[in-house]
Write a protein that binds this ligand. Structure first.
Ligand code: PBG
Ligand code: ZN
Length: 322
């Protein structure tokens, strides 16, 4: 008799034939560190996500360690922004200080430093600006300097998210020239100009003050182009790549998985998180089920690791396991 259902008869049987599993090792938790004191600012569009000042960050880091999460992705929010994003590559900048503190107290926690100017520029763009134009080549040395100061502060991995062309090569060169040939680059290679970043821009205060990011981030309608971006970043020296956002882009994740052998990381972005949280708060969906389904969907499409704001919850759910 033909019976697909034979392998679905009990949880033990289903578990026995399960192809993909989400584990705590899969999870990377994004964190926001803000300049100032005694801050724990809620992000209104992202329930349970906060900006912490350095002196308050430990309470959250403690939860991360407790959950068994092995990596965080760190974003800094400076008190002052300027045209050139000076705070981004200041060795005493908020992010550099945070990295030093975190690595001192949690040496085995992997700190991934996001490399981009938009949280630090007064205009909110990811590169230098001339009139209405976002400059490419002029931005590269600043990104390289930013990555270098992050590495000097102790970042384990640097992750450029700016989408300027040539930034991976520029960063690799700066790291190698200064004794950091062992610091890997995790490149946001296939990063789309997405409406799903809306809540993040609240969290990081990084919305562009004019125009949009469509001249540097990818067009959501383009699939094949993602492979060109990924292959070019690998050519320039990227060690790992990110596909972002994740859920509306699982086809990109899958074709990346089929075409390259480096680790691929899915970024389950802010808007994807906020939509689930909002529907769950209304009682319209079962939050745990939906989140776990999203997680395993990313794994099934080919993600090696997942950056997600749900990380603490997911770690907890996996631990309890029912
Ligand atoms: C900054 C950056 C963004 C995100 C990560 N790094 C926003 C953007 O490009 O506007 C988005 C993360 C998220 O939405 O969770 N370059
Ligand atoms: Zn940016």
């Amino acid at each position: 008799m033909k019976r697909f259902r034979r392998l679905r008869t009990s949880e033990a049987m289903r578990s026995f034939v399960r192809e993909n599993r989400v584990t705590v090792e899969d999870l990377i938790y994004p964190m926001f560190v803000a300049e100032g004191e005694n801050l724990k600012n809620p992000v209104p569009s992202m329930p349970n996500i906060y900006q912490y000042s350095l002196d308050r960050m430990e309470e959250e880091l403690e939860r991360v360690a407790e959950a068994g999460i092995s990596a965080i992705l760190l974003f800094g929010i400076p008190a002052h922004k300027d045209e050139k994003g000076s705070g981004a590559y200041d060795p005493e900048g908020i992010t550099q200080r945070a990295i030093r503190m975190i690595k001192e107290k949690y040496p085995s926690l992997l700190v991934i430093a996001d490399v981009c100017l938009c949280e630090y520029t007064s205009h909110g763009h990811c590169g230098l600006v001339h009139g209405e134009e976002i400059l490419n080549d002029e931005t590269l040395p600043l990104l390289a300097q930013m990555a270098l100061t992050m590495a000097q502060a102790g970042a384990d991995i640097v992750a450029p998210s700016d989408m300027m062309d040539g930034r991976v090569g520029a960063i690799r060169e700066a790291l190698d020239a200064n004794g950091f040939c062992n610091v890997p680059i995790l490149s946001y290679s296939a990063k789309y100009a997405s409406g799903y970043y809306g809540p993040f821009r609240d969290a990081a205060g990084s919305a562009p003050h004019f125009g949009d990011r469509k001249s540097y981030q990818m067009d959501p309608a383009n699939g094949r182009e993602a492979m060109r971006e990924i292959l070019d970043d690998l050519d320039e020296g990227a060690d790992m790549v990110i596909v972002k956002p994740a859920l509306a882009y699982l086809d990109i994740l899958k074709s990346a998985r089929e075409n390259v052998s480096v680790p691929i990381i899915a970024y389950n972005v802010s808007g994807e998180y906020s939509m689930v949280k909002a529907a769950a708060a209304n009682g319209w969906i079962d939050e745990k089920r939906i989140v776990m389904e999203n997680m395993v969907g990313m794994k099934r499409a080919g993600a090696d690791r997942i950056i997600t704001y749900h990380a603490l919850d997911v770690a907890e759910w996996i631990k309890k396991k029912d």
